[in-house]
Structures are given as structure tokens and as C-alpha cells.
Ligand binder design. Sequence first.
Ligand code: HEC
Length: 94
Amino acid sequence: MKTAIVGGLVVAGLLLAGPVSASSELDKSSGCLKCHDVYKKKMGPAYIDVAMAYKGKAGAEATVVARIMDGKNHPPVKAPEADVKTIVKWILAM
Ligand code: HEC
């Protein structure tokens, strides 16, 4: 686990500067990591793939937050929308 984290940080080091630890803690406490991983596809897509898919798209943050919150495109999440927004911002900045 530790190796994976260190390895991942080296790979994405440049991209992941900034308030990473606060957001990733939020991500963990919100239960997102049960189905997601930054680099690997689990039940849901890898965050890095989501970031790539939305790269340069206008309104990406609002689109993704809405998809997560609407309960149709995404399994229901318990996290408040404000937290999801923070996490999505972090994901899209990867
Ligand atoms: C029960 C499992 C589960 C949990 C918990 C979960 N997700 Fe997901 N997530 C998925 C699945 C499955 C998909 C793929 C859904 C699809 O787009 O078809 C997905 C898709 C996504 C996407 C891509 C959406 C898009 O527009 O392409 C993002 C971003 C995301 N999840 C973030 C989160 C965040 C943030 C949390 C925590 C608040 C979370 N997920 C919790 C299963 C989960």
C-alpha cells in the first residue's frame, strides 16, 4: 500500500501538487474509496481516467458533481454536495 502510494505520487507528482491530502482524506471519509482508486479501476472508474476524460471541457466540475449526486448515473453517496464538490475539484485537477 505504501509502495503504491509513493509510486503513484512519483508518476503524478507534477499534477498532484496542491491541497491533495485534505481532499484525499475527505474522499476516504466520504466512502468514495470503497469503489474508487486514483489510479486503478475498481467498481467505479479510476479518478485519473475521469480527469483525462473531462480535461479541457467547460463546466466539467458541475457536470460531474451533478452526475454523482443525482442517484441515477452513480450509486447513491452519503457525502454532502459541498464535500463532493471539493473532491471533484481535486479529481479534475489531476
Ligand atoms: C458503491 C460504489 C461507489 C461509491 C461509494 C462511489 N462511487 Fe463514484 N462511481 C461508481 C461507479 C460504478 C461509477 C461509474 C458510473 C457511470 O458513470 O456509469 C462511478 C463514477 C464516478 C465518477 C465519474 C463520473 C463521470 O461523470 O464520469 C466520479 C468522478 C465519481 N464516481 C466520484 C465519486 C465520489 C467523489 C464518491 C464519494 C462521494 C464516489 N464516487 C462514491 C461507484 C461508486
